[in-house]
Design a binder for this molecule. Sequence first.
Ligand SMILES: *Cc1c(COP(=O)(O)O)cnc(C)c1O
Length: 869
Amino acid sequence: MQPIRTFNVSPSLPEKLEPLRKLAYNLHWDWNVETKDLFRRLDRDLWESSRHNPVLMLGTISQARLQEVSEDEGFLAQVERAALQLEDYLRERTWYAKHRDPDKQSQDCYAYFSAEFGLTDCLPIYSGGLGVLAGDHLKSASDRGLPLVGVGLLYQEGYFSQYLNADGWQQERYPINDFYNMPLHLERDANGNELRIAVDYPGRQVYARVWRVQVGTVPLYMLDTNIEPNNPYDHDITDELYGGDLDMRMHQEIMLGIGGVKMLEALGLKPTVYHMNEGHSAFLTLERIRHLMENDGLSFHEAKEVVNASSIFTTHTPVPAGFDMFPADKIMYYLGHYAEKLHLSREEFLALGRENTGDLESPFSMATLAIKMASFVNGVSKLHGDVSQRLFKNLWPALPAGEVPITAITNGVHARSCVAKFTQELYDRYLGPKWSTTPAHNPLWDRVSSIPDDELWRAQERCRSELVVFVRDRLEKYLRDRGGSLSELSQAQEVLDPSVLTIGFARRFATYKRATLFMRDLDRIKRILFDLHSDRLKGGMLSPKKRMVQFVIAGKAHPKDIPGKEMIRHIVHFIREQKCEKNIVFIPDYDINVARMMVSGCDVWLNTPRRPREASGTSGMKAAMNGVLNLSILDGWWNEADYVRTGWPIGQGEMYDDPDYQDEVEANALYDLLEKEVVPLFYDRDEEGIPRRWVAKMKQAIRLNCPQFNTARMVSDYATYGYFPASDRYYQTIENHYQPAKELAHWKQHLFDRWYDIKIETVDISAPADIQVNEDIAVKAQIHLAGLKPEDVEVQVYKGPMDADGNIVDGVPMTMEYQGSGANGRSIYTANIAYSSSGLQGLSLRILPQHPYLSSPFQPGLQVIWANS
Ligand SMILES: *Cc1c(COP(=O)(O)O)cnc(C)c1O
């Protein structure tokens, strides 16, 4: 039945409870213990059944209950405290105010684009790690007081929820999100109408309206195309996260990138930085260039300099297959009009997304587009930064991989969102309330040792018990929803043991994460699970208390990932066939809430990816912040953590060619660690029942990992190395009606025309082949600059040890001095060098472009010129 009219009906609250409305609509409640408690206290059942959604709660709670609490002095006092805390929070964000040039503070605006955001349970618009990271980025940007705004899509169905059929095969369900009962605001224009934008698609325009979720001080704006007069297909552009085929993907990415830029403009925002979190949003660069060309009369190259100065790209993928690619014809079909507007030929346009611009067959890569358009590019852990340098090295063909201008900012997690309530209160008490944002090397972290062992251990035992109760209830509810038998239901209440060493494994079921590695040797894992070690049973001495082990497992496979689903089924079958229903539990429908319970309630966090496939990994960081010990392959973040003091490394970072052999070796290493280190340490108790050495390790995990793998640190790094410099570059390029951008574009053109005529003609080296350490060597070069000026280039000596293949490795560049031009018109450069270590050492010369406005001398498309041997 079609309505003739619709109403947006909002909850009616007694006056004394009015502050609840404001509290409900700012996601600050998600990471504020007091406010969360308040909503739980209002109606515990409704809080759970609404998926922790205070807006839905306020809309459906009985008037009688509202009346009751509005006369409850204790409750009202808590409302007041929570309201004051929110007010204080919104006022007191000072990191940015302290660290940023005061003149720039009123102008700076950083737009953060992401295809998904994982903020809280009741906003299921994320699929996994990438989304949760983006959500934590916004939360910490708010904590830090950054002038940041999020840009995304508001999915009607979001990501699927998971259930398993009787055979353990993953099934997907797509619950509909009811935006009107979520903590969302519909943005309106000055006349009170829905704010709308229009985006060009082939043969039509698609309209979108704008929703905002308020994350502390940071607004996240999201586009919604499920409106009239869009056609039914276009309604679905913002329907499902990563759903549909390649064409739908294209529609979504156009909406995110191009629609996102139009939306910011409609909102009256003028970002100084555009941060692309993954390549999905990279079309934003095309729309910005178009806008600058049409509105400010810039040429393509001039506009590109402005965009380049102010764009940041974060890559999250360690394998080429992970990058978003579109066939050239699709790009031209959907975006051919941009080629026209940007005055580019088909091949010039496509070249923006191609590594090898001469390869007319190659598809269009969103990551390549993002890199070519950005002046700051980073991977998400140190190891992933190195891997990315190698992955994208072909964009800088003459550059050693180590100098490819891609850096690393290691991911983090938002402390107040992932540490259990009880543990947060413990930290607040012993470390002071600033622990969640205090950097490493601050004396605050020394106070971790002052937390009494028994208190920390009791907190851990309490979290484990809460996890056990949570798992049982969740399983029972899940079984009841699926029509489970009475005996099944009662079995659910018997899984796990709150006193047993609990190992957690939760992540996307992609095959490289090897969720089933720990089951590789059936006998051995059963011995570990049930403590069937022959040596301890020798002589008929059964240990007084069995040293058992239990596993809690969760995770979704992508709907199209058949091998991933097979791994889930394998686990379910294993549990049944080996009768370990009590020791191994698979929790269906992994989400932020399940993650929070697991990373606080487990004792050990297991991760077994194939190195270097885990770009960063963040669930292990969440665990570490709770004092949970990591047991993991040296990959992603764990590779740079203090893995000896805060957990255990599996292997030593080896890489293997034979995956089966690798599985064998690493499974055995895992079993060895469990048998010889983890289990004995956990069960080594003193007379008070406390495992002192385990607790000491927990304290190290808290002290060392909490400040480091924290989005407070991460967002400060993005601000310091990314946002501040990029904003400054932006201000610089747009001065005087874009004069510097124009100058830079013209200079580059001039440089390009002459670059490949440059020749290093002679190099004189004043030393024999056999020299001593620290012996002075004079180097003199004559260079034909092909019409360029000495200030247009930097000439460098490049020296370093030789490897077995005859290449200089880890070379160090040193600037040569210009000495004027010689009789033949050649430019003369000199330098004095010496080698500080012995062995076979190499020397070379190279030439780089140089200009005060260049963000880096390594420009894609302009090769570094090396001296020929
Ligand atoms: C933290 C988190 C992730 C990411 O965990 P990884 O260790 O990176 O796999 C995925 N999903 C949810 C729900 C999370 O909370």
